[in-house]
Write a protein that binds this ligand. Structure first.
Ligand code: PMP
Length: 368
């Protein structure tokens, strides 16, 4: 289906573009500057992208500055310094890296999926699995979660049994739901393809899925440096993979995909475990306060955000009301498989969180 094209060159040449990219695509958060201008507000709370509001570790910044000195050379294609640091941080697993976990997801799908192959996705969830799978002309099958957003292992296995790769996000974006490791084990034992377990938010959950890597040869655990490690702008993701997968993944990857500076920055951040843990405790405290003090019903969350039920308003309506008070949150209307009355709110800096709670109080207070 063609999108709305107003530029004459766009209308003329659109036929050259793949159908898939003529409309739709990834939904980005509103820009703080735009909201500030629109509503005449000086300081806007950015609670829509699950970012870490704190700056990166000084060790990460130092490493990045030093790495710039060597930017005339191509990166080490084996990314050995970063994978070495990952092994020191996590123990002796096999790793692959990418430009954010987005890059890892994309390369993993490119490694495994031929046109027409089945890719199963547990929904509602992060949109990029589907977009990346469609780019590879996959047959995408959605596996609906239960009413309470938990995963039914029976339903998951029924649809994912013969998929090349299946995606399960835990803690799940946007619901925050944590799937127990035993359920993941049950799924892994029953499917013939790869399970990609997206652990972008796992540091905030207290659940550890890594021991499953020792039990299964078809498990990939995706991780990111964007959240707990405060490096969303550096674009570094990685995955725990079974050893057999490493050479195939590297063959499918864009050459030199992860740049030298980002790789060094990530290695620096991994060296500051204490800084990361301090942020995780901060998030947990605020997560509880959000759930207790915000007047809307919420789902239990293992992540650095909370999803709230906005009914009888739609998520989009609540987003507009909050924007008018200088708070940017994410409407969940664009998450397939979720009714339109939810918002997802990231834990931000203290002033941002206070502003959100005060705004919600004003919006929900019964009118006299
Ligand atoms: N998985 C999930 C569940 C996410 O929410 C995100 C980012 N919002 C990603 C993966 C991608 O993370 P990255 O920044 O590492 O590309």
């Amino acid at each position: 289906m063609a999108g709305n094209t107003t530029n004459p060159a766009e209308s003329r040449y659109e036929r050259l573009v793949r159908n898939l990219y003529r409309s739709g695509g990834y939904v980005f958060a509103a820009k703080a500057g735009d909201i500030a201008r629109q509503h005449g507000i000086a300081r806007v709370a950015r609670l829509a992208s699950n970012e870490n509001p704190w700056p990166p570790s000084p060790a990460a910044v130092r490493e990045g500055c030093e790495a710039l000195q060597g930017a005339n050379r191509y990166p080490d294609e084996s990314v050995a310094a970063l994978t070495g640091m990952l092994a020191r941080f996590h123990g002796g697993y096999s790793f692959v890296t990418g430009v954010g976990m987005d890059g890892v997801i994309e390369t993993m799908i490119r490694t495994l999926v031929d046109p027409g192959d089945r890719v199963a996705v547990s929904v509602p969830t992060f949109s990029f699995y589907r977009l990346a799978a469609l780019a590879q002309a996959a047959d995408v099958a959605e596996i609906p979660r239960a009413q309470d957003f938990s995963v039914s292992t029976r339903e998951f296995i029924g649809i994912a049994r013969d998929a090349k790769i299946s995606f399960l996000c835990t803690p799940n974006n946007p619901t925050g739901t944590v799937t127990p490791a035993d359920d993941v084990r049950e799924i892994l034992s029953a499917i013939s393809g790869i399970l990609f377990l997206d652990n972008a938010y796992v540091e905030f959950s207290g659940v550890d899925y890594r021991p499953l890597m020792d039990e299964f040869d078809n498990l990939v655990i995706g991780r990111t440096m964007s959240k707990a490690f405060a490096l969303a702008g550096a674009r570094v993701g990685y995955a725990f993979v079974p050893g057999w997968l490493v050479p195939f993944y590297n063959r499918a990857a864009t050459p030199f995909t992860l740049n030298t500076i980002s790789a060094r920055v990530a290695a620096g951040a991994l060296g500051d475990r204490e800084g990361m843990e301090e942020y995780v405790s901060y998030v947990r405290r605020w997560r509880e306060r959000f759930r207790e003090e915000c007047p809307l019903p919420s789902s239990s969350s293992g992540a650095n955000f909370v999803m709230f039920d906005t009914s009888p308003l739609t998520g989009d309506e609540m987003v507009r009301l909050l924007a008018g008070k200088g708070v940017i949150v994410r409407s969940c209307a664009s998450f397939p498989g979720l009714p339109d009355h939810y918002i997802r709110v990231s834990i931000g800096d203290s002033w941002e969180n206070e502003l959100f709670l005060a705004a919600m109080e004003e919006i929900c207070r019964p009118r006299a």
